[in-house]
Design a protein around this ligand. Structure first.
Ligand code: IPE
Ligand code: IPE
Ligand code: MG
Length: 260
């Protein structure tokens, strides 16, 4: 990723965690539903797909800020199993966009030590995109930096059905005792196996729903909804989300911690 000139608000806060945030209490894993690209474009009299193009820039800057501030993992919802129902032109534009972005950004991702993975039913994607994904995954798998998980042809229900089927296959083959299936075992069959659950879910564009995203993994995530359309989600909007997160008391079903 080539860095823009250091003149923007984003540049001013880059590299160090902003002072209004407690660096000790940042979420380790942030998940984001990157919504509102189409409305962002339409509000400017542009074709919807221009919003998707602008949204890529937002993902790049958000990844960089998360990495710079010490967040360990960013999981972004790029294309859902339900998004195939959109007009063919928009779907084709998105698939081509994913291919172009991967080709263009891979070197920078490698240089910045990003470990990229794609979560979802990858077999359903165009063949060329599948090849680029396999290459990017393999070339960055040993990287030591932030984990970037891009959910592509991803659906939470599909992921759970797939996990159930994989466990059933192991049981049917006599490799797994059904009695030994517990939460860890099931989580180990999800696309996110090995990644800790998101601490914070951000959804842009004001929709208060999770749209089949990470149904299992979001069990105890704090949820931040912002009215901002994804292409306008900048450093200030990320700081707002993180401040909101830091204002929450996470109980996990227990009681408030006793303060002395
Ligand atoms: C999110 O933006 C990106 C994808 C779902 C691919 P949208 O395209 O859903 O934008 P809106 O919600 O129509 O504004
Ligand atoms: C969720 O956004 C999927 C992605 C951001 C990739 P949608 O725009 O598809 O969600 P709905 O249809 O508003 O629930
Ligand atoms: Mg949408």
């Amino acid at each position: 990723m080539s860095r823009p000139p250091a003149a923007s608000t984003d540049a001013a806060v880059r590299s160090t965690c902003p002072t209004e945030l407690d660096p000790q209490r940042l979420p380790a894993h942030v998940a984001v539903i990157m919504d509102g690209n189409g409305r962002w474009a339409e509000s400017r009299g542009l074709p919807r797909v221009m919003g998707h193009r602008a949204g890529v820039e937002t993902l790049k800057s958000t990844l960089r800020l998360c990495s710079d501030w010490g967040i360990s993992a960013l999981t972004a919802y790029a294309f859902s199993t339900e998004n195939w129902s959109r007009p063919g032109d928009e779907v084709n534009f998105l698939m081509t966009l994913f291919e172009r972005v991967l080709q263009k950004e891979l070197k920078a991702l490698e240089a910045e030590q990003v470990r990229i993975r794609f979560l979802g039913d990858l077999n359903g994607l165009p063949h060329k995109l599948q090849e680029l994904i396999a290459d990017a995954t393999q070339r960055t798998e040993a990287n030591s930096g932030i984990h970037l998980n891009v959910c592509t042809n991803y659906g939470g229900r599909h992921e759970l059905v797939r996990a159930a089927r994989r466990l059933a296959e192991q049981a049917a083959a006599g490799q797994l005792d059904p009695e030994s299936i517990d939460e860890n075992r099931l989580a180990g069959e999800l696309f996110t196996a090995g990644e800790q659950d998101p601490d914070l879910l951000i959804r842009t564009s004001g929709e208060h729903r999770i749209s089949n995203f990470l149904l299992w993994q979001l069990a105890y995530a704090e949820i931040h909804v912002t009215e901002v359309f994804w292409p306008d989600f900048n450093a200030q909007a990320l700081i707002q989300a993180l401040k909101d997160y830091q204002s929450r008391i996470r109980r996990f079903g227990g009681l408030d911690p006793i303060t002395p």
